[in-house]
Design a binder for this molecule. Sequence first.
Ligand code: NAD
Length: 369
Amino acid sequence: MTRTYRICLLPGDGIGPEIIAEGCKVLDAVGAKHGAAFSRTEALIGGCAIDACGTALPDETLAAAKAADAVLLAAVGGPKWDTTDPEKPRPEQGLLGIRKELGLYTNLRPVQIFSALAGASTLKPEVIDGVDLMIVRELTGGLYFGRRERFYDEEGGGANGARGQRAYDTLEYREYEVERIARQAFEAARKRRNKVTSVDKANVLETSRMWREIVHRVGAEEFPDVELEDLLVDNAAMQLVNRPADFDVLVTENMFGDILSDEAAQITGSLGMLASASLGDGVALYEPSHGSAPDIAGRGIANPLAQILSVEMMLRYSFDMADAADDIRRAVTEVLDEGWRTGDIKQADTPADKVVGTARMGDLVAEHL
Ligand code: NAD
């Protein structure tokens, strides 16, 4: 029997509508092969929502997202909506708003090298050979959400007793927040190579000492089959470029994860290839890691592969369709191995007749399915 999944599509701005169309093409191809159907509703988010409704996250969009089994987003933003006026709506408010409203506390960012694209990395081929890691970042706690204040310190103080501005941000975690992100990391590792590296700063920070203790308890009690190691964040930053192929799943708090996931993304050298998933306890959201690329919007040349790989993640994490997800990855790998490239990933030796546009790249992946 064919199972039907409901997907809320949020094309957003810039290249968003172009690349999400290719994601849908691949969804239909993989569904036909693996006995699933995907019904879709489309809603506004970001700049297009500001134009139509005056807000980046209209109520109808949130309702459509909550009613779906998963949300597939493309990208938001563009120069048209850039403003420094705090009173004006901004496209990113749509993204932050939907993450908060759906309670998406986990961000998964896989980093994988397609061997056909190894030349795009700034690292040596022997260092990046076999890289296949996943950053699991806590997304709704820690330093970015703690108490913060900036004020003028009349009393003065410090080494020279001078009066002046003072500011602080607070890094706080609660036990349940660490437990649930640890579980997500261990679960992800079970679907991969069974190894978790927990990244903290336990030699300095009390939150990190608690983090480490809780991650070890959750691991020992619920995931004894998964290998667990600890790494201090400064060392992790070095090891990510030194021996990236040794990592499977890295789990870490919000700010460390923000920084390390961008560092890890650069290992591949191809922004147009990186997908991400944001998970909570309900509906999850899948999107490319790149933005709306306004400089190339509407020209049919954007790379749809990060969007297609976010469909792969959706099948894997929301619908438990690992075989179908593997199939998409195989199809993308084959298309790249055959030498097909969009403009952003073409190399100096790519023949002109192998450079294709957005829709053709989507067709190729669908054909390989
Ligand atoms: P960007 O990722 O949109 O673009 C950076 C560069 O990469 C550009 O040259 C672009 O053409 C290229 N690029 C990105 N994706 C591509 C693809 N799929 N195929 C081919 N080339 C691609 O980042 P930016 O230029 O800093 O930001 C543009 C807009 O996107 C801004 O308004 C920004 O706020 C927004 N943004 C949105 C998200 C999101 O929706 N999650 C993330 C980052 C930036």
